[in-house]
Design a protein around this ligand. Structure first.
Ligand code: FEO
Length: 399
């Protein structure tokens, strides 16, 4: 079997992006793939395309299997340009009989490409299209990750083409989850969820329930990024269930930015207090940790403690930027607190608390402000605050 063959006659024909390091603000240090799939049947079908600069790679992979002009149907599960950036070129080369998309997908395609004459075939949840020996079943998955998104399920082979869901930004020459160490895949899948899907968690809960109710015989799940799940789908499914229910672990995360190390000393004292209570704690200095790695740690932390000094009556800029990012991703069900040093006006703790309130996180206490440089007694106050946070984390674990 070709190592890009998912099942007899179904091929991965996507592209590997080894070089991408920033995906709209998300650090993709392991690169990514843009997955597209070719099904050889009476109606030859291409599922998704790739980002525009990778169009030739896609066409070469298709040409290794068949003449691209023989493709009859093109399914666009998702219009975001990492999956449809090369659509215009592919449509020109292939001239398919049908361009299959969701209702929202058609609107998004028109808004992106302004091609009224393309042969749109709009499908809704539950619709099926026969391509010969196989049947494609469609499921709209609005807002996962855009309004147009949908899944395509090949009933006879049990393969779910899941678009962004269950994906990971991971460039590899291997295609399947039994060919790459599972922790490597799960680390990237966790980061992907935290940075792309976190805010859609309530919708994901509903989607998982509706897919379960369909009782599909799923043997393989092929997302549009990263590796294909054929052995460990149960692991990622369980993780999605936990993440989408905002389940966390008994641990805390102290996120801070510092100017002259006073807030850093406070962060370390708070962390020491949390640790003293037997609760694992991570420290994330926003000057050296990328926002997308920090939000990944937020995902399973039960408490998030924020620290910033006051600068120009506000927060330091990395903290302000991080909070804009975190707020958009809508974490829920976390304990929270704030601290920070100041020179004269000292608004930072109030501002941090206001952000935590807006996020509807459970603020444990008012927070600690320290003028200029903390002395031993002030650091002791921070340590005691850490101990109270540690106890609150353990208490919440019981509920
Ligand atoms: Fe991989 Fe929402 O695009």
């Amino acid at each position: 079997m070709n190592n890009n063959e998912l099942a007899k006659g179904i091929y991965w024909v996507g592209a590997v992006d080894w070089n991408i390091r920033d995906f709209h603000g998300y650090s993709t240090l392991a690169g990514t793939t843009y997955n597209a799939f070719l099904i050889i049947d009476e109606k030859i079908t291409l599922i998704d395309t790739v980002k525009k600069p990778f169009c030739q790679e896609l066409m070469h992979r298709i040409s290794d299997i068949i003449d691209p002009e023989k493709i009859d149907y093109l399914v666009t599960n998702h219009i975001e340009l990492d999956h449809s950036g090369s659509l215009k070129e592919v449509m020109a080369a292939v001239k398919p009989e049908k361009l299959i998309c969701s209702p929202m997908g058609k609107n998004a395609l028109l808004d992106h490409f302004h091609e009224k004459a393309w042969p749109y075939e709009v499908v809704k949840s539950g619709d099926e299209i026969s391509i010969g020996k196989r049947t494609l079943f469609f499921l709209e998955t609005r807002m996962l990750h855009w309004p147009d998104s949908m899944f395509t399920f090949v009933k006879e082979d049990g393969i779910l083409f899941s678009s962004d869901a269950f994906g990971q930004h991971l460039a590899t020459s291997q295609r399947f989850d039994d060919e790459v160490p599972l922790p490597t895949i799960m680390d990237q899948a966790t980061k992907y969820y935290a940075n792309i899907l976190y805010l859609f968690s309530p919708l994901i809960q509903k989607l998982l329930a509706s897919v379960a109710a369909l009782d599909l015989d799923i043997k393989m799940v092929a997302p549009d990024h990263g590796i294909i799940w054929r052995k460990h789908f149960d692991k990622i499914l369980k993780a999605y269930d936990q993440w989408s229910h905002f389940k966390s672990e008994e641990k805390a995360l102290v996120i801070y930015e510092t100017m002259w190390q006073s807030t850093e000393k406070m962060a370390q004292a708070v962390a020491k207090g949390i640790e003293k209570e037997g609760v694992p704690v991570d420290l994330a200095n926003l000057k050296v940790c990328h926002r997308s790695d920090v939000i990944t740690k937020v995902l399973d932390s039960r408490a998030v403690i924020l620290g910033s000094p006051t600068l120009n009556n506000g927060l330091l800029p990395h903290m302000a930027g991080f909070l804009a990012y975190m707020k958009g991703l809508k974490p829920q069900k976390k304990l929270a607190a704030a601290f920070g040093s100041f020179g004269w006006s000292g608004e930072s703790v109030k501002l941090l608390n206001a952000e935590l309130e807006q996020m509807k996180l459970e603020i444990i206490e008012e927070g600690i402000r320290i003028k200029y440089v903390p002395d031993h007694d002030k650091l002791e106050e921070c340590y005691e605050m850490g101990r109270r946070i540690g106890r609150a984390v353990k208490e919440k674990s019981k509920t």
